[in-house]
Design a protein around this ligand. Structure first.
Ligand code: AGP
Length: 612
């Protein structure tokens, strides 16, 4: 997704802006640009990387204490220098950066063209800039008011910042549906898509709400008005994330760092919620809705990608332990298929970024039909977090690698806490099994540490399969969504085509794919339908398939059959996903490295899909 950064203060703006863009690179982008104001307004932009922009500016005069900067992930118009942001107004006295989509930009563009405006780019953003300019010229409005009026005519999502040569002490920003955070320093202000570009300068932040226009000047500070022209008092929070959390911490890639963080992040997801001394689980964020959960006739879980996989794990957990019917929906399908939703339904929306457009839209649709919406998000103050009635943050810390790892195990941790808590409240689990699971659950972080010891072995296995063109992932029961998740990891960072299947489904088609070239990853832990999975392994072997098996510690039976065995510690069947997913994360990481892929920023992917 696009990234925005803006600065106004006493320091030189350019280094702060470019440094901020580097910190947003993980969001995925195809071009970058900056606008600087120092008497006159100058825009510099280029297709390519932020480092290309660095080079472009190297010998230029970039003296300025106010500016805006942007990384673009193309939605309207191909990636090129002209379509890159910032975009000038027609007079080149103003410039705008934008993350989001103006859905009615075509209609607006035609109207503006009829009034004589000539567009340079194919973007929706330039249309918004000209609309604001047109309102200033024809309705004699100042910039802030013109922005507010323009946004009343716009449909879609936006996080915008505008600077003007005629008002050099002013940053005007606004957001709806796209993320934005404002940083408040000592005589200086920052605006960015998330905290990464800000945290090294200040921890005092404001998260603007939807349809709010933010005016920032050194003379008058920070003011907020809604596009309905109502003044809002800024709510200043203190950022907890620190810069080191955003660095790679000695690992070669953010993804590997985040895989290794999972022992701690799963523990952080439990922190303050799993009280072993009292044998209870408390999810403070949803306590007010506990009765609704217990009385719920149905829980609908919505999400995309990895979050959708976590939802399927949640389905097995909640149905098995709490005996509440669960449906899991792709948010992108759920939002459009006009589903039957009842007021006693509970919808759980899962999202790492909290900004996924389809998930946000699914929430709004379900809310409009009266459902109670509970969020499981990783980003505090994110749009999805604020669109729900209640929820639990996963507390996995910033996930920089585009391929989700620690966020997934944290999502599963929250779902496990929820399932166990509901089971205990509803009496659908025996006391002995409940306490046994609590103890096993509490030991998962140290079992994750032990599971990570397989890294060197997985690295060797990756060498055998790095040239594969296809792969099949199989699992049964609660391990079926782990097969899906493992195949997504391989697909998205190594670009090898991979499919996840319920192991029993293999006979209904995929077995035709099996040959000596095809790696088949099977989750064959000793619990659940173990014997049937062993049979599936033998079916694959009979067709010369290569088996990589994830097995329980000490399993010799599967070891006799599989070409490669990766052991994970024994644990309750319902907790296996938290361990079995880790070797699969490592396998995709090492194979992708061997294939020379960009592990943290895979091609075509964005960390947060804030457009449809
Ligand atoms: C996961 O590795 C992918 N990056 C992607 O599928 C992701 O899970 C999906 O886009 C949902 O993102 P969210 O959790 O931020 O809503």
């Amino acid at each position: 997704m696009c990234g925005i950064v803006a600065y106004i203060g006493k320091k030189q703006a350019c280094p702060i802006l470019l440094g901020g863009l580097h910190r947003l690179e993980y969001r995925g982008y195809d071009s970058a640009g900056v606008a600087l104001l120092n008497g006159s307004l100058k825009v510099f932009k280029t297709k390519g990387k932020v480092s290309d922009l660095d080079n472009l500016l190297e010998d230029l005069d970039v003296t300025a204490t106010i500016g805006i900067a942007h990384t673009r992930w193309a939605t309207h118009g191909e990636p090129n220098d002209v379509n890159a942001h910032p975009h000038y107004s027609s007079t080149e006295k103003m410039a705008i950066i934008h993350n989001g989509i103006i859905e009615n930009y075509n209609v607006l563009k035609q109207e503006l063209q009829q009034r004589g405006y000539v567009f340079r780019s194919d973007t929706d953003t330039e249309v918004l800039m000209y609309l604001i300019e047109d309102i200033m010229a024809h309705e004699k409005q100042a910039l802030a008011e013109a922005v507010r009026i323009a946004l009343t005519q716009v449909t879609g999502a936006y996080a915008i910042v505008i600077i003007s040569q005629d008002e050099p002490d002013l940053l005007i920003a606004a957001r709806k549906g796209s993320p934005m955070v404002v940083g408040i320093g000592e005589g200086e202000f920052f605006i960015a898509s998330d905290a990464a570009p800000i945290v090294e300068y200040t921890r005092q932040v404001v998260y603007p709400g939807d349809e709010e226009v933010i005016s920032i000047s050194l003379a008058e500070g920070l003011k907020i008005r809604t596009i309905a022209d109502i003044e809002k008092t800024p709510y200043v929070q203190t950022l907890e994330v620190n810069l080191s959390a955003l660095e790679k911490g000695g690992f070669d890639h953010f993804m590997l760092k985040e895989i290794y963080e999972q022992s701690r992040t799963v523990k952080d997801s439990m922190r303050g919620r799993l009280h072993m001394d009292q044998g209870i689980i408390v999810l403070g964020g949803i306590q007010d809705y506990l009765r609704k959960f217990i009385a719920a006739r149905r829980i609908i879980i919505v999400g995309c990608g990895t979050s959708w996989h976590a939802g399927i794990v949640g389905e097995y957990l909640i149905e098995e332990l709490a005996r509440i019917p669960v449906e899991v929906e792709y948010a992108s399908e759920f939002r459009y298929r006009n589903p039957l939703i009842y007021e006693d339904d509970i919808v759980i929306a899962i999202s790492q970024s909290g900004e996924t457009a389809d998930t946000l839209a699914a929430i709004e649709m379900a809310k409009s039909k009266g459902a109670t919406i509970i969020g499981i998000c990783n980003v505090v103050g994110s749009s999805i977090a604020r669109a729900t009635h209640a929820g639990s943050y996963t507390h996995a810390g910033p996930e920089i690698g585009v391929a989700s790892t620690k966020a997934f195990t944290s999502q599963v941790t929250i779902l496990t806490l929820l399932a166990l808590m509901l089971a205990e409240k509803k009496g659908t689990i025996s006391a002995s099994r409940y306490y046994r699971m609590l103890h096993e659950f509490n030991s998962i972080p140290e079992k994750i540490e032990k599971t990570l010891l397989c890294n060197d072995q997985v690295k060797e296995i990756a060498k055998v399969f790095s040239k594969a063109t296809n792969a099949l992932y199989l699992g049964r029961g609660i391990n079926f969504p782990i097969a899906l998740e493992g195949s997504l990891k391989l697909k998205e960072i190594s670009y090898i085509h991979a499919e996840g299947y319920p192991a029993a489904e293999m006979k209904h088609g995929p077995i035709a794919l099996i040959d000596e070239e095809m790696p088949v990853v099977v989750i064959a832990t000793r619990k659940g339908q173990y014997e049937k999975v062993v049979s599936n392994i033998m079916e694959v072997k009979a067709r010369k398939g290569k088996i990589i098996a994830i097995v329980s510690e000490g399993d010799e039976d599967v070891r006799a059959l599989a070409d490669y065995c990766i052991e994970i510690p024994e644990c309750d069947e319902m907790l296996v996903p938290l361990l079995a997913t880790i070797p699969l994360q490592l396998l995709s990481y090492h194979i992708a490295l061997l294939r020379g892929c960009n592990v943290d920023q895979p091609r075509n992917l964005a960390k947060s899909v804030t457009v449809e």
